[in-house]
Write a protein that binds this ligand. Structure first.
Ligand code: NAD
Length: 445
């Protein structure tokens, strides 16, 4: 606490002296908070199919139309029908006048088409949105973010709802400059009449059973708490040495604690047996447990290498392989990777290899699990304020906090909110994706 206070005071002093812009305070979700804290503007270019359903979603959520003047909390542009460079100019014409109207922690959300390989101009224009959105993210200030949803001709507008809600709301506070593909929901089409009542808006994970590894502290504890807040029943796993902290987390959220080392040969079977006995199934699996054993490759030992690969990658593969029939038919698997696995990091060859491996595993398993109705995605945190990052040398830590569009480190809850969005039963259109929770880190962006 004292360290944090000292850091804040030093920061304010430095900021004044150097004239550097202040670090924005990000708006974060509180239960019961409105979707947006101001009006929204929804535009469409050509024959986009998503603008009308999004307007209806916003109206139902009590969000007013921003009209032609005044501040805007969110801008949504349905550009899903844009195929030519001339139509792309319409995107600039729509967005330019809105940029200065965006209020602090505002949201820009674009909806673009999937590149069409049969039409080079359409493919080029579809890809243009990547550069456009990533640049908007870098231009925005005061905690505002820009993200992109990529759709196909088969994307049902309803499949977009959970993603629109997530990216517009304060739940996505530290998710910036991301591109997420939303396809048709995986699995067999579900008859809405047979699907039962939809989950209540403030408890979207109501009735779901979730497993979280590494739940005794840090990001894992925040994931367990956030999933429980959203209505899930949580099975929290961590090593026996963290038993007291694990029990505390589990008790506070009314979940169960399972003490085990996920690298133990019998760990997958023990996990499945626990799920079968207590709940008969699992709806959400969060592979969060992870370790670092940093050394330059020149000084790397086999022990350090193997320990990191065993926890961060081999255990996830073994547990996924064992889950089998205990996975429900709307199960969502979320694997915690890292921006180090995307960009690489000095001193982290073992860690980055393991986290890039997680991304490879997700991409391989997504099409295998889709026919069953199961999705699998990765979240890649950037710099998140936890005990793991508190151990970094001070200069590396300060740099890590600053080198992103939001100019600060994220909080464990930011990763947890992203996982909670991917965990929803109605989010079957997002699979095989890697979503960075990094404030649009400049590393490997
Ligand atoms: P942390 O060290 O604070 O917590 C990790 C938890 O995993 C601990 O409770 C630990 O006991 C548990 N764990 C470790 N090995 C285990 C095993 N064999 N079996 C069961 N549990 C085990 O770490 P964190 O910062 O909260 O990170 C959580 C995840 O997020 C990790 O996968 C990490 O690689 C990833 N990540 C963190 C950051 C960050 O900035 N903190 C950035 C990118 C990725």
């Amino acid at each position: 606490m004292t360290g944090d206070l000292l850091r804040d005071i030093t920061q304010i002093g430095l900021v004044r002296k150097l004239g550097v812009p202040r670090i924005p305070v990000l708006r974060r979700y509180e239960p019961g908070a409105p979707l947006l804290d101001g009006p929204a503007l929804v535009g469409v270019i050509g024959a986009g199919r998503f603008a009308e359903p999004i307007r209806a979603l916003l109206t139902a959520a009590g969000v007013a139309d921003a009209g032609d003047e005044g501040r805007i909390a969110a801008v949504v542009l349905d550009a899903s029908a844009v195929r030519t460079i001339d139509e792309l100019a319409g995107v600039q014409q729509f967005l330019t006048p809105t940029m200065r109207r965006l209020q602090p922690c505002g949201r820009v959300l674009l909806i673009a088409p999937e590149p069409d390989p049969a039409d080079p101009e359409a493919a080029a224009v579809a890809q243009a949105f990547d550069g456009l959105v990533r640049s908007i993210g870098k231009e925005l200030r005061a905690g505002a973010t820009a993200n992109l949803l990529v759709t196909t001709a088969e994307t049902d507008p309803a499949a977009l709802d959970p993603s629109v809600r997530f990216f517009l709301s304060a739940r996505s506070a530290y998710v910036d400059g991301q591109v997420v593909h939303v396809g048709p929901p995986v699995g067999r089409a579900v008859d809405p009449a047979a699907a039962g009542d939809p989950a209540p808006a403030d408890e979207p994970l109501s009735g779901r059973v979730a497993l979280v590894t590494g739940a005794a502290r840090g990001i894992g504890a925040a994931v367990a708490e956030t999933l429980a807040r959203d209505g899930a029943t949580v099975v929290a796993i961590d090593v026996p040495a963290a038993g007291d902290a694990l029990a505390k987390v589990a008790n506070e959220i009314g979940g169960t604690a399972l003490q085990l080392d996920i690298t133990a040969p019998d760990a997958p079977q023990r996990i499945v047996a626990h799920l079968e006995e207590r709940h008969g199934r699992v709806d959400v699996v969060v592979h969060n447990a992870g370790i670092t054993r940093d050394k330059l490759l020149a000084n790397m030992t086999a022990d350090r290498w193997n320990a990191v690969l065993a926890v961060n990658l081999r255990a996830q593969l073994a547990i996924n392989a064992a889950l089998g029939e205990v996975l429900s038919d709307t199960a969502r698997i979320v694997c915690v990777a890292s921006t180090s696995g995307i960009a690489g990091n000095r001193g982290q060859t073992n860690y980055a290899a393991s986290k890039a491996g997680v991304i490879g595993m997700v991409r391989a398993l997504a099409p295998q699990l889709a026919p069953r109705g199961v999705t699998i995605n990765a979240v890649a945190p950037g710099f998140i304020e936890t005990e793991m990052t508190a151990k970094m040398p001070v200069a590396t830590r300060e740099a890590g906090r600053r080198i992103n569009s939001l100019r600060q480190g994220g909080l464990p809850v930011d990763v947890a909110e992203t996982i909670a969005w991917l965990a929803r039963a109605d989010n079957g259109g997002v699979t095989g994706q890697v979503v960075r929770v990094c404030g649009q880190s400049w590393l490997g962006a």
